[in-house]
Design a binder for this molecule. Structure first.
Ligand code: NOJ
Length: 702
């Protein structure tokens, strides 16, 4: 038996039932929080520890001193089991990176890993040992506010980003002083909430669950993620927090996950509202039996499980197993040897130049150029530029959802950042989205509109029924476009917005998402051409809200869109295609794809697929080359395309390179009609493509 397991068994043997339940209980310092609970060993984890309730004059925010204060109390308990401090460190800590959806647009897992590592080091410097990230929920419905927190609609991209984030947060040794335990959330199907309404129920087939929603979680588990959070959702009639088949049979049985599962906020007690539990005691029994080891703040475990164990409704072995899993992670995280954090660390580790540079690089890499008529961008031949819109003075607004530890004053306001990056000799004028903008526009050679969603319109429960620009903005764009000046639209948002009309009006459109702390400088570098945009859409952009759900890896149907006809699937009032497809994005040069080569006609084990990519423009550039397949006939219907791999190439003007992918047989596995997973023989189409619609097509058989 390993030393960790010995240690756990030894400790467990000494624990009373109450002490065991304490380990399963996660609390947060709230108004009625009694710190005595810590001394009594009744809290295993604290989330969002803040100074306000210590009574020691600490500030509201988290800090090493605050965590140390609570830790000291916990270590006064009989068995001296340290607390695990959790927090939502979602896209940076003090250094704020672009929102996760934007990070996914970089299609750059290594960069994601680096950013997570910076976030881990910073959070750890303030006593945080566990982050509730990465959020790896697939999202096919941008009305859902939490689309901002994940990697978009694709299982392969989602899986790669999930693994990268886990590696970044956890490093290869959780006990190292610059790592935090990661938490893949929300298990599972949370993004399928009906109507895009957060917390709503959802339904999906087992095959969709397995082939689309589960892969990012499985990838996080393979990357060694320490914890998993159960979702709020009622999926197919079983609330995720009570789903033993998924939390135990699949997660632990099939995948071999050996960390612990935490519920989402109060979701154990909410099993009563879901209508699967009569009361909190029943809810606690269901959740524990399902495989939820730690109860986030509902208190139902602490308050009711002792009685349930005593009256024989819950076997003590179930409690012991949950305690064991939690102690295992605490032990792996080195908490028993190093429960405290050196308060001097923050001054050294927070907001370093290196971290800010990385945040800037990530912001540059995540912006997506959607349109660039007449190569109006980069802005090089305009002397006087008007920048107008609600983001002109943005600072904290650039951060996006879930950035509780970012400080607005750390960001250079957008207008200043643009000034700093503009070429000498350029005159910049600024205005909000008001009449002044209209007047100043007359004097300008080009107008740049910086518009979009305030971060509070994005994130948890920030759902919208209308994907248009926020109220009033469409009218402003219309008015400015009416002036007839060259027009560039920059959109800040936590979700794809349906900007069909604005794309038609503007000469160029750059999607900046919520780009984080260095977003202003990154935007300037792209607008003025020091950097070229290279982000690609990690999610399909609809033409109108009514097109939702629309995603690239849909099924063909019996009456597909193409060839068009009166009885092909369609809307009468909209084209069937999206505004922009998954994988799409332009840059300041152009690329051509030629000479596709499929290594052999028959795939045995693996096959090589390659194509030549040429930079046909006059600037160097970075292209994301994408590999897609379609399995033409299956026992269950197959998506019209599936992303199987992607790679960046940097090419000088005129340069050609052959890009080669290896497609393995197991990459083609799916959930078959009989419910088993595997590959079926037959013909496959394969594309090497710049996005999910175009590209060169070849063929092979298995
Ligand atoms: C609720 C959210 O759903 C979850 O993502 C988050 O980690 C917890 N609250 C803790 O803040």
């Amino acid at each position: 038996m390993s030393s960790t397991e010995n240690f756990i068994n030894h400790l467990l043997a000494q624990m009373t039932l109450e002490e065991k339940l304490g380990q399963l209980n996660q609390s947060y310092p709230h108004e009625n929080f009694d710190p005595e609970l810590l001394r009594q060993g009744k809290v295993g984890s604290l989330l969002n520890a803040s100074g306000a309730l210590t009574g020691q004059g600490f500030s509201e925010s988290s800090s090493a001193e605050v965590c140390n204060h609570f830790q000291r109390l916990a270590l006064e308990a009989r068995l001296k089991i340290p607390l695990l401090f959790g927090r939502d460190v979602v896209h940076g800590y003090r250094t704020v990176f672009p929102i996760p959806l934007a990070q996914a647009a970089s299609f750059d897992p290594e960069l994601v890993e680096e950013a997570a590592a910076v976030a881990a080091r910073e959070a750890r410097a303030e006593g945080i040992r566990w982050t509730f990230a990465p959020m790896v929920d697939i999202a096919r419905d941008p009305r859902w506010g939490r689309v901002a927190e994940g990697a978009g609609e694709d299982p392969l991209l989602g899986a790669r980003i999930a693994a990268a984030a886990v590696r970044g947060f956890q490093g290869n040794d959780l006990s190292r002083p610059d790592t935090v335990v990661a938490c893949a959330k929300h298990f599972v199907g949370y993004g399928a909430a009906e109507g895009g309404r957060d917390y709503e129920s959802g339904e999906m087939s087992e095959a969709t669950l397995r082939d689309i929603y589960l892969p990012p979680f499985e990838s996080a588990v393979r990357a060694g993620v320490g914890t998993i959070m159960s979702a709020f959702i009622d999926l197919n009639g079983i609330p995720a927090t009570a789903n033993r088949r998924l939390l135990t049979d699949l997660l632990r049985g099939e995948w071999g996950f050996d960390g612990f599962v935490v519920s989402d906020w109060n979701s154990v007690a909410e099993l009563v509202s879901h209508g699967v539990a009569e009361d909190r005691a029943h809810a606690a029994r269901l959740a524990l039996y399902a495989g939820v080891d730690m109860d986030m703040v509902s208190g139902a475990y602490l308050d009711t499980l002792a009685e349930s164990v005593r009256n024989g409704q819950v076997p003590i072995e179930e409690v012991d197993e949950a305690v064991r899993r939690i102690l295992r992670i605490k032990h792996r995280a080195g908490l028993f040897e190093n429960p405290y954090t050196d308060p001097q660390r923050a001054a050294r580790d927070l907001l370093t130049d290196r971290a800010r540079q990385l945040a800037r690089r990530m912001a540059c890499r995540s912006m997506v150029l959607l349109k660039n008529k007449g190569d109006i961008l980069p802005l090089q031949n305009f002397r006087r530029i008007l920048v107008a819109g609600n983001f002109v003075h943005a600072r904290g607004e650039l951060y996006g959802t879930w950035s509780p530890d970012g400080r607005a004053e750390d960001a250079t306001p957008l207008h200043e950042a643009l000034r700093q990056t503009a070429p000498r000799g350029t005159e910049l004028l600024f205005a909000l989205n008001d009449d002044r903008a209209f007047h100043l526009a007359h004097r300008a050679d080009v107008v740049v509109l910086v518009m979009g969603e305030h971060p509070i319109r994005s994130g948890e429960n920030a759902n919208v029924s209308d994907l248009g620009l926020p109220p009033g903005q469409a009218e402003f764009v219309e008015m400015m476009a009416g002036l007839g000046k060259p027009l560039v639209l920059v959109v800040f948002a936590g979700r794809p917005l349906a900007i069909t009309r604005q794309v038609a009006l503007a000469d160029a459109v750059l999607y900046a998402w919520h780009p984080g702390m260095e977003g202003g400088a990154a935007l300037g570098e792209i607008l003025f051409g020091q950097e070229s945009p290279s982000g690609r859409l990690p999610i399909t952009f609809p033409r109108a809200t009514g097109q939702i759900p629309i995603y690239y890896n849909h099924k063909n149907s019996g009456r597909p869109v193409s060839p068009q006809g009166p009885f092909a699937t369609r809307y009468l009032d909209l084209p069937s295609t999206p505004l922009f497809p998954f994988g799409y994005g332009l840059t300041y040069t152009t690329f051509e794809y030629a000479n596709l080569r499929v290594g052999s006609e028959v795939l045995r084990g693996a096959i090589e697929v390659s194509a030549e990519v040429t930079n046909t423009g006059s600037r160097s550039g970075r292209e994301l080359v994408q590999l897609y397949v379609r399995d033409l006939v299956g026992s269950r219907t197959r998506p019209v395309r599936e992303l199987k791999d992607f790679r960046h190439v940097e090419l000088q003007p005129g340069e050609t390179r052959r890009v080669t992918f290896i497609l393995r047989e197991e990459d083609l596995a799916f959930t078959r009609a009989d419910g088993t997973r595997g590959v079926e023989p037959g013909t496959f189409h394969v594309w090497i493509a710049p996005d999910s619609q175009g590209g060169l097509r070849g063929e092979f058989v298995i």
